[in-house]
Design a protein around this ligand. Structure first.
Ligand code: ATP
Ligand code: MG
Length: 417
C-alpha cells in the first residue's frame, strides 16, 4: 500500500505537550487532504503515516502536505518484507513501476536505514550496504552520499519494514492552532499578508480584519483582501475575515482633527475596533505589517502613540525587515500579485500632505477630545461583516449572497456566515 511518511521536527521537542501537538498535526493533515483518497492518518513511532488510496494523485498530495505547518519533511513510502532481498526487490519494483519518468532524471542515489527494532540481525550500515548494492546493480545508478538525485530511506520497526523514496521539504513551523488565535489587520498591501503568514507559521489561527471606505471609495481593497484571505487559507485551512466600514470614521476625523495627525488617528481607531473584535473572537493578540520607518506612521514615536489605545499585545513580525525582504516573501507566498493591483486603500483617503512623523500623545489626545470615539467604535463594531473561507473547498458549495456586493459569492471556497 502506498503511503506518505511525515517527519516532524520542532514539535518533537515539546516535552509533555508532544502528544497534543502530534494530534493537532494529524488533524491538519486530515483536513488538508479531506477531499483526496486518503485512507488514514496515523501517528507511527515518531512519525505520522498518511495512507493513500488508489485514487490519490501524488502531485496533489505533495502540494497539500507541502503547505501544512509543523512538518520537517515527508516522503512517499511503501511496506516491504523483512529480508534485505525483499526490501531491495520492493524498491526496484517500485522504481520500475514509477517508470522512465523518474529514471530519466536520476543518476545517483543514497540509502539511509534506521532501526527502531534493535533485534534486527543487521546493523543500519549493513542494511544500507546490502540494499544499496542491489539497487546499484539493478539500476546502474551511482552512490552519492552528499547530494543524491534520489534519497532512499529504510525504516525497520518491530512489526513492519518500510522504505521511502525522495524527500520533500515541509513548511516548518508549528501545527495550526497550537499557539491560539490572533487577529491580523489585513490591508490590501504587500506587508500585512506576510505578517499574517509569519504568525500562521508559528501555530496561530489568524483571523483577519480589513477596514474599507466602500461605498465612498471603490471596493477594490475589500476584494483584494478577500482574495488574499482565500489564498492564505490554503495554509491554515479555515479563515475568517471581518470587514469594517471605515469611511465615515475617516470623514469625521478629517472634519475635526489637524491634518498632520490624521493617519495616526485612523490607526488608533483601527486598533480600538480591532481590539473589540478580538475580544469577541477569542484572539489573544493583534498583528500588523508595520516595519520601523517604512512610512510616516511607522516611526517609533507614532507606533507608540498607536499602541497606546489598546491593551492586547500588538505583534509586528516584520518590524525589522526591509521592504525588499518582505516583497520577496510575498512573492514566494503568492500574495504579491494581488497586493500590487491598484486600489483605493482607505488610508489613501484624505491623507495629509505632511503627516506628523512624531505625533505627541498630548496632541493626539487633544484632537480625539473633539471626536465621539466610543460612539464611532460602537457603530463600526455593530456593522461588521464576516466571511468564512475553507480549504479544500466544500463539495456542495452552496454560497449565500454577500451583503454589500457579490464579488466573493461566485467563489465556492467562500461561505457567508
Ligand atoms: P501594508 O502593505 O500591509 O498595507 P503598509 O506598508 O502599506 O502596509 P500602512 O499602510 O501604514 O503600511 O499600514 C500599516 C499596517 O496597518 C498594515 O500592515 C496593516 O496591518 C494595518 N492596516 C493599514 N491599513 C489597513 C486597512 N485598511 N485594513 C486593515 N489593516 C490595515
Ligand atoms: Mg498599506
Amino acid at each position: 500500500m502506498d503511503s506518505v511518511i511525515v517527519h516532524y521536527q520542532e514539535i518533537a521537542l515539546k516535552g509533555r505537550n508532544r502528544p497534543w501537538f502530534i494530534d493537532r498535526l494529524a488533524g491538519s493533515l486530515r483536513d488538508a487532504t479531506a477531499d483526496l483518497d486518503v485512507t488514514h492518518v496515523r501517528p507511527l513511532m515518531g512519525r505520522i503515516e498518511v495512507g493513500l488510496g488508489p485514487g490519490a494523485d501524488w502531485p496533489t498530495v505533495r502540494e497539500r502536505l507541502g503547505r501544512v505547518f509543523g512538518i520537517a519533511n515527508f516522503a512517499r513510502s511503501r511496506n516491504a518484507g523483512r529480508e534485505v532481498d525483499e526490501i531491495a526487490d520492493a524498491i526496484l519494483g517500485h522504481l520500475r513501476e514509477a517508470g522512465a519518468r523518474a529514471a530519466d532524471r536520476v543518476t545517483s542515489f543514497r540509502v539511509r536505514a534506521s532501526r527502531a527494532d534493535k533485534t534486527y540481525p543487521l546493523t543500519s550500515p549493513q542494511i544500507e550496504r546490502e540494499v544499496g548494492g542491489r539497487i546499484k546493480a539493478g539500476t546502474g545508478w551511482r552512490v552519492d552520499l552528499e547530494s543524491p538525485d534520489l534519497a532512499i530511506g529504510i525504516e525497520i520497526l518491530p512489526d513492519r519494514v518500510f522504505y521511502t523514496l525522495g524527500k520533500e521539504p515541509g513548511q516548518g513551523g508549528l501545527p495550526t492552532g497550537t499557539s491560539g488565535a490572533v487577529l491580523c489587520l489585513l490591508s490590501g498591501g504587500i506587508d500585512s499578508p506576510v505578517a499574517a503568514y509569519r504568525l500562521m507559521k508559528r501555530g496561530c489561527r489568524v483571523r483577519f480584519v480589513h477596514f474599507h471606505a466602500y461605498p465612498i471609495l471603490s471596493r477594490a481593497s475589500l476584494d483584494k483582501t478577500r482574495e488574499i484571505a482565500d489564498l492564505l487559507t490554503r495554509h491554515q485551512l479555515r479563515s475568517r475575515l471581518y470587514a469594517v466600514r471605515f469611511g465615515e470614521i475617516q470623514q469625521t476625523i478629517v472634519l475635526s482633527a489637524p491634518p498632520p495627525l490624521r493617519v495616526v488617528l485612523y490607526r488608533r481607531m483601527m486598533m480600538r475596533i480591532a481590539e473589540r473584535l478580538a475580544g469577541g473572537c477569542g484572539a489573544k493578540a493583534l498583528v500588523t505589517g508595520e516595519s520601523v520607518g517604512q512610512v510616516a506612521s511607522q516611526t517609533i514615536e507614532n507606533l507608540a502613540v498607536i499602541n497606546d489605545v489598546v491593551t492586547l499585545p500588538v505583534l509586528r513580525p516584520l518590524i525589522g525587515s526591509d521592504k525588499e525582504e518582505i516583497t520577496q516573501e510575498a512573492r514566494r507566498l503568492g500574495t504579491y500579485p494581488i497586493s500590487i493591483v491598484p486600489d483605493q486603500d482607505c488610508c489613501t483617503l484624505f491623507v495629509p500632505r505632511r503627516p506628523a512623523t512624531r505625533a505627541r500623545p498630548e496632541d493626539v489626545e487633544r484632537a480625539e477630545r473633539n471626536l465621539p470615539v466610543a460612539d464611532l467604535v460602537d457603530r463600526a463594531a455593530a456593522e461588521i461583516e464576516r466571511q468564512d473561507f475553507v480549504f479544500p473547498p466544500p463539495a456542495e458549495a452552496s454560497v449565500a449572497a454577500t451583503p454589500g456586493g457579490d464579488a466573493g459569492a461566485a467563489d465556492a471556497r467562500i461561505r457567508q456566515v
